[in-house]
Design a protein around this ligand. Structure first.
Ligand code: HEM
Ligand code: HEM
Length: 176
């Protein structure tokens, strides 16, 4: 059984909560609209608009996510190890896999670009790589890493719902 201290096992700072909320909104949007454009709609204008907007949004988001990793990645490792609680090991593993996979998604997205990044018409960032074979390789890596991230986020949200339904108020700890 869990005591009340073990129930609320994570305390997050205001900065961590804010960064989690921003990443959550942006990543959920990029995932949902990216898959909609890639797999569902056949309208070229919609595909084009989503692509241009999402590439600029994801590029803007990249430094925010790096800052978030600097603030949170791997933190609390000693505490988790001491806890001897399998659920905490699992949560720590999934959270850090989410960080690593998101980083791979961002880097592969940036390197697969075979055109300048149009930053909302304000300025352009030139493509780093010119070799089309490498574009293909990074594009495949982006697709694969996106599947991995979708799976991890599904597990993350399922775990949050399960904890909440079984009386561990994890949502409170992260959102309020
Ligand atoms: C966390 C950040 C990101 C997420 C969640 C994300 C998600 C996705 C998804 C779901 C797709 C459609 C499926 C696929 O083809 O793989 C996609 C495609 C794509 N992504 Fe990303 N992406 C991210 C970052 C980036 C970045 C930083 C760039 C480039 C600067 C980028 C460029 C692209 C491109 C060029 C495509 C191909 C289709 C298109 O032109 O829209 N992505 N992304
Ligand atoms: C879609 C809805 C989401 C909900 C309801 C949600 C909820 C939560 C909750 C309640 C926690 C605290 C868990 C605990 O106390 O052990 C948490 C932590 C975490 N979440 Fe989410 N989350 C969502 C989306 C995301 C997304 C899209 C990401 C991708 C970056 C993410 C990454 C993380 C990470 C890495 C942690 C560990 C704490 C940290 O390092 O900030 N979550 N989430």
């Amino acid at each position: 059984m869990f005591g009340i201290d073990a129930v609320i096992h994570s305390t997050y700072s205001g900065l961590q909560k804010g960064l989690h909320a921003i990443s959550m909104m942006i990543i959920v949007w990029l995932m949902a609209s990216g898959y909609y454009a890639a797999l569902i709609t056949h309208i070229p204008e919609v595909k084009g608009a989503v692509s241009t907007f999402n590439v600029a949004l994801a590029t803007l988001f990249a430094p925010v996510f790096l800052f978030r990793m600097y603030v949170s990645f791997g933190k609390g490792y000693a505490d988790v190890l001491r806890s001897r609680d399998v659920m905490r090991y699992a949560a720590f593993l999934v959270h850090n896999l989410i960080y690593i996979t998101t980083l791979i998604v961002i880097v592969s997205g940036f390197l697969m670009m075979n055109r300048d990044i149009d930053m909302f018409g304000l300025f352009y960032i030139p493509a780093v790589i010119t070799d089309p074979r490498l574009h293909g390789w990074f594009s495949d890596s982006h697709t694969l890493a996106c599947y991995g991230l979708a799976l991890l986020l599904f597990m993350h949200v399922a775990a949050v719902i399960k904890h909440h339904l079984t009386g561990r108020p994890v949502l409170k700890g992260m959102f309020f």
